[in-house]
Design a protein around this ligand. Structure first.
Ligand code: THU
Length: 162
């Protein structure tokens, strides 16, 4: 039996002023989207802002439903909106923030598995790494330079072929 170690890369900054102005603006747009989330059941709001390579910013937030599985996470609302409206544009950066009505979120959000897989589709589709910025309501910002670092062993199209 061979024990194999897997490494992923990420960085963290304590203050957003360590980011470029473009990325600070994107985080701010994610916070604005977060404030407009529809999350009456979990009281946990998430906002995502995507910067496309054509300069357009697309935002999304979680949309819950009384039949719980019928809702959708912020990341997928934003990504699918970008895919629907700008099918030829690659995603450069995704900023994701969150806020709870019940406690202070002072750690970066960790996107769910389904959102990681959904984001991976766009990285592969456009042959361009997506940079991810993650923050809670406040506190450090985690920076990841590719969905591959967020989802090692992602399911890929090659697996559908022999
Ligand atoms: N949520 C997101 O929008 N993104 C994530 O990556 C994790 C969870 C939402 C789904 C649900 O509306 C609420 O957060 C609590 O799970």
């Amino acid at each position: 039996m061979e024990n194999i170690e897997l490494k992923i890369n990420y960085a963290e900054v304590e203050h957003e002023n360590e980011l470029s102005v473009e990325e600070q603006n994107l985080l701010q747009k994610a916070r604005i989207a977060c404030a407009m989330a529809y999350a009456p059941y979990s009281q946990f709001s998430v906002g995502a802002a995507l910067l496309l390579d054509n300069g357009v910013v697309v935002t999304g937030n979680n949309q819950e439903n009384v039949a719980f599985p019928s809702g959708l996470c912020a990341e997928r609302v934003a990504i699918f909106s970008a895919g629907a409206n700008y099918p030829d544009a690659a995603i450069k950066t995704i900023a994701i923030t969150c806020k709870s009505k019940q406690f202070l979120v002072d750690q970066p959000l960790s996107p769910c598995g389904a959102c990681r897989q959904s984001m991976s589709e766009y990285e592969i589709r456009h042959h361009k790494n997506i940079r991810i910025l993650l923050q809670g309501e406040q506190g450090k910002i985690r920076i990841i330079n590719s969905i591959a670092d967020l989802l090692p062993f992602m399911f890929k199209a090659e697996e559908l072929k022999k």
